[in-house]
Every structure is written in C-alpha cells, then in structure tokens.
Design a protein around this ligand. Sequence first.
Ligand code: BJW
Ligand code: ZN
Length: 264
Amino acid sequence: VDRVQGLSADDADRARAVLQGAERVVVLTGAGTSAESGVPTFRGEEGLWRSFRPEELATPEAFARDPELVWTWYRWRRSLVADCSPNPGHVALARFALRHGATTIVTQNVDGLHTRAAIEAADVGDPAPALPLELHGAIGRDRCSACGAVREALVLEGPAEGPRTIPRCPICDGPLRPDVVWFGEALDAELLERAFERARGADVCLVVGTSAVVQPAASIPITTLERGGALIEVNPEPTPLTPRATISLRGKSGPLLGALLDPA
Ligand code: BJW
Ligand code: ZN
C-alpha cells in the first residue's frame, strides 16, 4: 500500500476513487469536524483546554469535587453549540451515508451536529443511515448520577452566568450531570462493539478532524488497517495515525469532504 503524505490533487483524486468505489465505509470524526461550525476543539491553538485543564473538568473526580465549576463549563458549551449549525463537512458526510448504504459514521463529538445534518439531509426521508454512533455521549442530554435516568436537557434553564445550584433528577433528586463520557469512564459497551465491528468489516476508514490520542476511539481505524482496509485521514495537522495512513490529506474537513464525497 502506498503511504502518501501532503496534499496534492493526486492524493485527493485517489482518496475520492477509493471512497466512491468502497462497499463498506466507516468514518471516525473528532472535534476538528465541527471547528468550521464554530465549536472549539479540545487540543491545539484555540482548543477548549488551553484555558481549562482537562483533568479539572472532564473527569468524575472533578464533578465530585466541584460540580458547580463543571456545570458552568458545560452550560457555556451547551449555549455555544445551540448557536452553531452543521457545516459543509457534516452535510457531505450525511449525504454520502444516505446515498452509500453501508456507511457508518462514528463520532467522538458530543455536539449533535452529525445528527442535525442527517435529519436535514434526509429531508422527509429516513435519516437513520446517516445517524452517528456517538461514542462520547451527547452534551444535550442530562443523566442522573444516582439512578442513571437520561433526559433531553432543558438548555434555557435560567441565566447562563452566575452561581446556581446544580440541576437535580426529577425522579430521585440525585445530582444530574451531562450525558457524556469523562476520562476514566467506560464507553457504552454496545456502541463500542458496533463501532469496532463496522471498522473490522470496512474497506476503508475515513478519519476526520481528530488528534487520535484518546482511547479507545483512536484504535478504531487501526482495526480497519489490520483487516486489510485502507485508512484515509483528513486533518490540517499530522497525528499519530498519519504514518500509517494509506492517504493523508492535509486540509480542512469542510472543503475536503465535499470534494471527496459529493457525487460527480
Ligand atoms: C481540523 C480542523 C478542520 C482542526 N478540519 N480537522 C490506552 C492508552 C492510553 C490511555 C488510555 C488507554 N485507554 C484508556 C486510556 C485513558 C483515556 C485516554 O485515552 N487518555 C489519553 C488522552 C492518554 N481514555 C479514557 O479514559 C476513556 N475511557 C476508558 O478507556 O475507560 C476504560 C474503562 C473501562 C471499564 C471501566 C472503566 C473505564 C474515556 C475517554 C473519554 C474522552 N472524553 C472527552 C470529553 C467528552 C465530554 C466533553 O466533550 O466534554 O472526549 S475528552 C475529549 O477528547 C473529548 C473528545 O471526544 C476527545 C477526542 O478529541 P478530538 O476529537 O480528537 O479533538 P482534539 O481537539 O484533540 O483534536 C482536534 C483535531 O482536529 C486536531 O487534530 C486538529 O488538527 C483538527 N482540526 N481544525 C479538520 N477545520
Ligand atoms: Zn435519578
């Protein structure tokens, strides 16, 4: 297999041919896929964690120690995401998945933008083939840390700023938390198994906008490679996956995904 790095028209053409010709495609997306929608990424130049250390906020220990601080961060991010819309990258992925039967979108993102793109792209049709497996949960849902009940969050509960008590479970009065996966917490076993199963069976894994450092998600593309499939990476920066990529395209997901996935 060729290992080509750096963007040339040839690489993009080859990647397009591989994707359009593939029978089964698995797509793994990360925060970079939503960057052009205005959702900050986690790591890098303007990452969310330049001003907040991850271990201070995205862990069960942080929530136990200072739930107010953690909720303030998530409320800010919820209101931010509520003002964002799917970008051309989300739309191209959704349209491709609707058209190209055996495509599975697996996302680490919690922003719900793949789901919104799927519903918009399907119009009056069935969005199901373009709905993502959301490995790290959804920022728009609350989960009770005592009884586990999950509900859609009421985004506009009270003012965005200022001290507030943390929301309580309507069933058991336990403290609610965002329905996301923090460091040290297990991913949903059934979702994870489905993602790896699709990756094992895929002719190509398209990896978009992830730094590929958070496990176990970062191992999904390796599974496709080990089964003889191709790995195509779309990212403005190199990642730990880049040396193993069949084709590595350096650039932003919005324009690149349109070029790779839209019909001729
Ligand atoms: C663009 C772009 C543009 C910019 N276009 N691209 C094995 C080895 C080592 C460690 C571990 C291991 N297994 C587990 C661990 C520990 C840990 C881990 O991986 N740590 C590493 C960091 C070292 N993993 C876990 O703890 C996981 N749990 C687990 O394994 O549990 C085991 C267990 C089993 C049984 C019982 C109990 C436990 C859980 C991981 C949860 C991650 N959670 C977060 C927060 C979610 C909630 C929230 O959002 O608040 O998920 S962390 C954060 O990182 C978030 C993301 O989904 C995730 C990945 O980040 P992502 O998407 O890659 O974003 P960035 O910012 O890193 O990268 C953006 C990329 O976009 C960059 O590359 C840019 O260049 C690019 N880009 N603009 C395209 N326009
Ligand atoms: Zn409860």
